[in-house]
Ligand binder design. Structure first.
Ligand code: GTP
Ligand code: MG
Length: 207
């Protein structure tokens, strides 16, 4: 999909303060610095739409974007970022949990993992928790441009092995690079397919 209209709607600290809408919403989550905001910019073809930074901890609130006046993206803060301190980390965790559990128009969550880093407990636990909550999700492996093709395949296999302990059917895994625009079509296909279903009506993977 080629996005013509993309608009930043605002930032919120709490999901219950966000504008209520029935427009389909797609959210992006993952550890700090994994490339959530960059992925949003790559998908929408709007470079500065979501603020990115080489310093982890850039996105600190729930950020909404309206696309083609018909659906929304939500850029979430990273989870588990050590440097912000325990209290802030817990506040981010709660912000994310409340949003995920109480956002009726959330059609699909994209959980991003850095393909260069072997599966970390924090990511596997977060993916499993979302499975328990019944959130339709896809996993996106980021920064594929930094790895050779064989190493990408190995990294994907490692994630699948780590998740297969808990999932009957694994959630889809999409390889991406915001730098090289890898994975763009696949993610848009997932989004357009999800929009044909009701939120939660087509849970990707079976926990
Ligand atoms: P927080 O908002 O801090 O949680 O981070 P984020 O997950 O939104 O990451 P962001 O998009 O700000 O990117 C973090 C850093 O990774 C930036 O320096 C980006 O340029 C870089 N980056 C993101 N995606 C890619 C990618 O696909 N390939 C490469 N090589 N670098 C990337
Ligand atoms: Mg960000």
């Amino acid at each position: 999909m080629e996005i013509k209209q993309a608009k930043y709607l605002g930032s919120w600290q709490r999901n219950d303060q966000m504008p209520h809408t029935e427009l389909p919403e797609f959210a992006f989550i993952g550890r700090s610095n994994v490339g959530k905001s960059s992925l949003i910019n790559m998908l929408t073809n709007h470079k500065g739409l979501a603020k990115t930074s080489s310093t982890p901890g850039k996105t600190q609130s729930l950020n909404l974007f309206l696309l083609e006046q018909s659906f929304q993206f939500c850029d979430l803060p990273g989870y588990g970022y050590a440097k912000v301190g325990k209290a802030t980390r817990q506040a981010f965790s709660k912000m994310i949990e409340f949003y995920l559990k109480d956002r009726p128009n959330l059609y699909c969550l994209f959980i991003l993992v850095d393909l260069r880093i072997s599966p970390q407990a924090i990511d596997i636990e977060f993916i499993n928790k979302c499975g328990e909550w019944g959130i339709p999700l896809n996993i996106v492996g980021t920064k594929a441009d930094k790895l050779k093709a064989g190493a990408v395949a190995d990294a994907v296999e490692k994630y699948k092995t780590a998740l297969s302990e808990h999932w009957y059917t694994l959630p889809p895994f999409i390889v991406s690079s915001s730098e090289d625009k890898i994975g763009k079509n696949e993610i848009w296909q997932t989004i357009t397919k999800a929009m044909l279903n009701n939120p939660g009506g087509d849970i990707a993977g079976e926990f």
